[in-house]
Design a protein around this ligand. Structure first.
Ligand code: PLP
Length: 360
């Protein structure tokens, strides 16, 4: 064969590809290995969900309901919003991609905090829009005044991640209020609340509350974390008419499978059990946080199901140290490790290893 290479859009040059958390490999010594690198839920699906999904599997020869009518109705009911304001997608990253596609292209700017969710630079980069990354403030928190300063007449979209992945910190209500006063009304502000269910800080901004009062606010949520359906790919946005409409236009047709829709509906109907599990993880979060703090670690206040260890240049060494002992954490070279709060046994091992690391 001869000839030249297929031409790929310049926008993709130099884009990182999303790195999924590595699977936990068994280590010598036969201790169970734990993957605590992707903020997954350690619990299996809620009782009854697996059975409902299994029953639905028999119709996999059919396309799913394209607009996930049943799920949209259940979400509208749960959050007391019009069904037209709910748009679903293949995980909230899928919905985010729809949002970026609907709002930003070459020549436009998207503002977000950094370090934040590793999917943001990829999704924005693919669109051809320019990313404007605003460094986190001390305490590893969003610097909303600086983000407002970064808005120009080219800005089309702002992403606010609360709790912030990977640092766990939340944006407070009064901060978001002051921020929104400075954002032009034709710029969309996405409040990415993938970890909302784990938030206990009463001062934390609630995206839905802001959506109800601001036409340019869109809330992004997912079934992947608290609900434990990461493998099924279902997330959703709650947004006003023009945004929700645009999200239906940019959706991958039939993207959310029938199984995923059913699992999400059944999970929503089991909120009591869900909350019990979330509460247990929140308890574990406090236990891990306090134990690490007692060892001398300085950990940003986390409201999510993970903790951030700002290890700087020691990041990769610590990740290797953990992996050798059967814990797969998520390193961000030169910055730190994000570690998921998981089953107590994994958390115990983290506490032990973190202590050994400091005592070296
Ligand atoms: C995990 C995560 C998501 C959700 O991903 P899904 O595509 O719904 O699985 C979205 N935003 C942030 C910040 C996350 O950490």
């Amino acid at each position: 064969m001869s000839g030249s290479q297929v031409r790929i859009r310049k926008a993709l040059d130099g884009l990182p590809s999303y790195k999924p958390g590595r699977p936990a490999a068994p280590v010598a010594g036969a201790e169970q290995a734990f993957k605590i690198s992707s903020n997954e839920n350690p619990y299996p699906p809620l009782p009854g969900v697996l059975e409902a999904v299994t029953a639905t599997a028999g119709s996999m020869n059919r396309y799913p309901d394209m607009f996930a009518t049943g799920l949209v109705a259940a979400l509208a009911d749960r959050f007391d919003v019009p069904p037209e304001h709910v748009a679903t997608g293949t995980g909230s990253v899928g919905v985010l991609q729809q949002i970026v596609q609907a709002t930003a292209a070459e020549g436009d700017e998207v503002v977000y905090a950094w370090r934040s969710f590793e999917a943001y630079p990829i999704v924005v980069g693919i669109s051809g829009a320019s990313a404007v990354q605003v460094p986190l403030a001390p305490g590893a928190r969003h610097d909303l005044p600086a983000m407002a300063d970064a808005i120009t007449d080219r800005t089309r979209l702002v992403l606010v991640c609360t709790p912030n992945n990977p640092t766990g910190t939340v944006v407070w209500r009064d901060e978001l209020e002051a921020f929104l006063r400075r954002v032009p009304e034709d710029v969309l502000v996405v409040v990415d609340e993938a970890y909302r269910e784990f938030v206990r800080d009463p001062e934390a901004a609630d995206g839905l509350d802001f959506y109800r009062r601001h036409r340019n606010v869109c809330v992004l949520r997912t079934f992947s974390k608290a609900y434990g359906l990461a493998g099924l790919r279902v997330g959703f946005a709650i947004a006003h008419d023009e945004v929700a409409d645009a999200l239906r236009k940019t959706a991958v047709p039939f993207g959310v499978s029938g199984i995923a829709q059913r699992a999400a509906v059944e999970s929503l109907a089991r909120e009591a059990e869900l909350l019990e599990r979330v509460e247990a993880l929140v308890g574990e979060r406090a236990r891990v946080h306090d134990a690490l703090a007692a060892q001398g670690w300085e950990i940003p206040h986390t409201e999510a199901n993970f903790v951030w260890l700002a290890l700087g240049e020691q990041t990769l060494d610590f990740a290797r140290f953990c992996e050798d002992a059967g814990l797969v954490v998520r390193p961000f070279a030169g910055e730190g490790c994000r570690v998921t709060i998981a089953e107590p046994e994994a958390n115990d091992r983290l506490i032990r290893l973190a202590g050994e690391w400091r005592a070296r």
